[in-house]
Design a protein around this ligand. Structure first.
Ligand code: SF4
Length: 241
């Protein structure tokens, strides 16, 4: 049976497969999806550890696979520098950014709106401009309270498949892969961050939940920017459908 159509119990796989088996499964998922979608398969790279892991896996399947980075005016300088280095290393990575004017401190009084404008909208542009049929993400089901119900292959937007090839990996296994494969990571991890985002919305914490340092003090705390939950296909009005 096609791995893309598997109905396996995700929670069982998290504990049931060892590191090597997980790497093989992830590579097989990307390989099968690439065979099906060809150059319409594109990797979303947020420059965090999970993204650079998926990017490395995808490049092992085929170094021609393209990717996109969504950046914002609020990214820490370390992330911006790391992004510039990654784009220089991999010209297959395209950067998308929304520079439109927004109210000052929108991230404080309406972080959902801020993420919508600065992250979700440029993700829609990337999907449209790069003619994406299948986008590949670094989402993991053990990462936080909002990430437990995802599947390895999803189609929330009609005509846009989302592949989450490392969904069943644990945080430790991501670091294991990055170390063994000598993948370069964002230097902010060395400062103690576990999950990276925009500067005003990301703090260092030592709580159990990996995403606990995101949007502290808002209703979004430990939550999502919206690219995994909001519609991403653009209709003729330029809106999500
Ligand atoms: S993470 Fe914060 S600053 Fe960045 S887009 Fe979302 S609300 Fe705005």
């Amino acid at each position: 049976m096609s791995l893309l159509e598997n109905k396996d119990d995700i929670k069982e796989l998290v504990e049931g497969l060892n590191f090597k088996q997980k790497v093989e499964r992830s590579l097989a998922l990307i390989k099968e999806a690439y065979k099906k979608h060809g150059d319409s398969l594109v990797v979303a790279n947020s420059l965090g550890k999970d993204s650079v892991c998926v990017w490395d896996l995808a490049r092992k399947v085929n170094p021609k696979i393209r990717g996109f980075i969504i950046t914002t005016r609020f990214k820490p300088k370390e992330t911006v520098r790391f992004m510039q280095e990654e784009v220089a290393r991999y010209p297959e990575l395209k950067v998308f950014k929304n520079d439109e004017k927004i109210p000052a401190k929108l991230y404080e009084f309406d972080p959902d709106k801020c993420c919508d404008v600065l992250k979700v909208l440029p993700t829609r542009w990337a999907i449209e401009k790069m003619k994406v049929e299948c986008w590949v993400t670094g989402l993991r089901c053990t990462e936080g309270r909002t990430r437990t119900e995802f599947k390895e292959v999803e189609e929330r937007d009609k005509g846009l498949v989302k592949l989450n090839p490392i969904l069943i990996w644990k945080e430790r296994e991501v670091w294991e892969y990055l170390a063994l494969n000598q993948v370069k990571v964002n230097p902010l991890y060395a400062q103690g961050y576990r999950s990276l985002g925009c500067e005003p919305c990301t703090k260092i914490t030592s709580e159990g939940d990996e995403r606990a340092g995101r949007w502290i003090g808002t209703s979004k705390c430990g939550g999502e920017c919206g690219i995994h939950t909001r519609p991403l296909k653009i209709n003729i009005n330029g809106d999500g459908i």
